[in-house]
Write a protein that binds this ligand. Structure first.
Ligand code: PMV
Length: 326
């Protein structure tokens, strides 16, 4: 592999600093939990994690975090069972609870650090460990978020397009992660200010998909994501925009939109090719594909309507070591 950040995370000694990107889901959230395709990209908003030898294991000064249920305690159980005390500090540009992958970025950066301190870790194992930590903590979900944080760039799950990165499974569902090229576009993501409630939203959609019309709905999740992935690979902006809006309609139909998201998308409409909520929904964030040259106008429209916009480029960098003693 030519990109060092696509290869293994090398072994090193504490102190270690790592980083991992947040993510944006373009197509297929919710359906992906049942194994239909998803497309995501890593955001140029990152989380950094510093791991140091300490007297007591702690997260940002909190010693109880190590034994409380949560990502940190679960990561230690998965990857640091016999390790010495480790003091972890985090800083993040990914807004928390926004559906932009703050927990996946934390988990991937932490797992990269713990993996490095225990002799190094190859990328498929890092992806599997990160997914296991997120799944055990949330009790539900797909490996999409952690895959994007570990891999960087554009990734698909369960779509045949692109080159295979790794496979994942949770004992019931299997996913294959693949890399597709970045078309080089600028995107606008925006936080509604209302934290999204992922496990509740995921359960709501799961129950909806168990209704008699569930299989038909799941087929629509599949077809909108496949069409969106193909359109992105052809660099067909008009069709990607149309598919984004179609995917939003579907998410609204299954009950995971929110009046704030609807208001923000309405405000954005004149300056975008298409847009949708991104992530679990019922709050959280939206993603919009700007009409070229109107990125700033799009961001302003969203800000005036009360959202927190970010003009973003996908980041090709996955979870990586940025400082360590060898
Ligand atoms: O809101 P987020 O960032 O947790 O995204 C959730 C995406 C879902 O498809 C709804 C769940 C999952 O784990 O894939």
């Amino acid at each position: 592999m030519t990109d060092p950040e696509a290869g293994p995370v090398p072994g090193s000694k504490l102190p270690i600093t790592t980083r991992a990107p947040g993510k944006c889901i373009l197509f297929g959230e919710h359906g992906v939990v049942r194994g239909t395709p998803e497309l995501l990209f890593a955001l140029d908003l990152e989380t950094q994690v510093v791991l140091k030898a300490g007297e007591r294991t702690q997260l940002n000064g909190d010693v109880e975090a190590a034994t409380s249920p949560g990502y940190f305690g679960t990561a230690l159980e998965e990857m640091w069972a016999l390790g010495p005390p480790v003091a972890v500090r985090t800083t993040s540009r990914v807004p928390r609870g926004s559906g932009l992958g703050s927990s996946a970025a934390f988990v991937a950066a932490l797992a990269a650090g713990l993996g490095s301190a225990t002799g190094g870790i190859d990328r498929p194992t890092l992806a599997r460990r990160s997914f296991a930590i997120e799944q055990r903590t949330q009790g539900i979900g797909s490996p999409g978020d952690t895959t994007a944080s570990v891999a960087g760039g554009f990734v698909t799950l369960n779509d045949p397009t692109g080159s295979e990165l790794w496979t994942l499974d949770d004992g019931r569902t299997q996913w294959t992660a693949r890399r597709i090229p970045d078309p080089g576009w600028i995107w606008v993501v925006a936080y509604s200010g209302i934290p999204r409630a992922a496990p509740e939203a995921i359960r709501l959609v799961r129950d909806r998909l168990e209704q008699p019309d569930g299989p038909r709905l799941l087929q629509r999740f599949e077809s909108v994501a496949r069409g969106g992935i193909q359109a992105l690979c052809r660099e067909d902006r008009t069709e990607v925009g149309r598919r984004l809006s179609e995917n939003h309609e579907l998410l609204r139909e299954v009950g995971v939109s929110h009046p704030r998201l609807e208001a923000l998308l309405e405000a954005a409409r004149p300056a975008m090719m298409g847009g949708k909520l991104t992530g679990a929904g019922r709050g959280g964030s939206l993603v919009a594909l700007p009409i070229p040259g109107r990125e700033l106008e799009l961001a302003r429209r969203i800000a005036r309507a009360g959202g927190v916009p970010y003009i973003v480029r996908p980041s090709s960098r996955g979870a990586a070591l940025i400082g360590a003693e060898r």
